[in-house]
Design a protein around this ligand. Structure first.
Ligand SMILES: CC(C)(COP(=O)(O)OP(=O)(O)OC[C@H]1O[C@@H](n2cnc3c(N)ncnc32)[C@H](O)[C@@H]1OP(=O)(O)O)[C@@H](O)C(=O)NCCC(=O)NCCS
Length: 169
């Protein structure tokens, strides 16, 4: 498996991949692939953090980290993460998260927020965001809104998270 930055040639395949991966999940609204298309056109898009996992030349996984505001700070949100059903539970999601965190840190970000499964993200070091004073703008159980610290500056990052408009779809 290799992980690399997505290019324009990958867009169609990534669209199909996200659609397939989210199809059978019960919490999806089926809009994830369209949100990604909209995010790519916005100023919160970080090309270095739009990553694909490839196995034998096939795109099998995708992860995107986008800029959000937390209080006055510009940090990141992880959304979406998608692995083709037939390639799940093989460590691809884990590898995409690890590579994304490595690049995000190198780019100077301090934390990543995620709205997701509290059975999945805590194993990578995500903790409930409310515990460190970071508030979700969504009306969801607080255990499903998590944050990962990329640096020790996280202690000074507090407040409500504001998302780009594309997430309102
Ligand atoms: C969630 C998803 C990205 C996980 O990708 P993946 O490549 O299967 O994950 P990994 O194989 O790297 O999993 C890492 C670990 O988490 C476990 N795991 C995988 N899916 C899990 C889930 N849904 N809940 C809890 N644990 C899970 C794996 O067993 C593995 O544990 P191990 O290392 O002890 O074996 C993938 O299932 C997917 O695309 N789902 C549909 C879309 C989606 O729900 N995206 C997440 C939005 S929050």
């Amino acid at each position: 498996m290799i992980i690399r930055q997505e290019t324009q040639e990958d867009h169609q395949e990534v669209h199909r991949l996200i659609k397939k991966a989210f199809k059978s999940t019960r919490y999806s609204d089926g809009m994830e692939q369209d949100i990604v298309e909209a995010l790519r056109k916005g100023e919160t898009f970080v090309p270095e953090l739009s990553l694909i996992a490839e196995v034998n030349g096939q795109v099998v996984g995708y992860i995107l980290f986008t800029k959000v505001k937390i209080g006055d700070a510009t940090q990141l949100t992880l959304a979406p993460l998608a692995v083709l059903p037939e390639f799940q539970r093989q460590g691809i999601g884990r590898a995409l998260i690890a590579e994304g965190h490595r690049i995000a840190k190198a780019l100077g970000y301090d934390c990543v927020v995620v709205l997701g499964s509290d059975a999945y993200y805590p194993q990578f070091g995500y903790i409930p965001a409310a515990q460190v004073g970071i508030q979700s703008p969504y009306d969801i159980p607080s255990k499903n809104y998590m944050v990962y610290a990329l640096s020790n500056k996280i202690a000074s990052i507090k407040g409500l998270v504001r998302y780009p408009k594309a997430f309102d779809m």
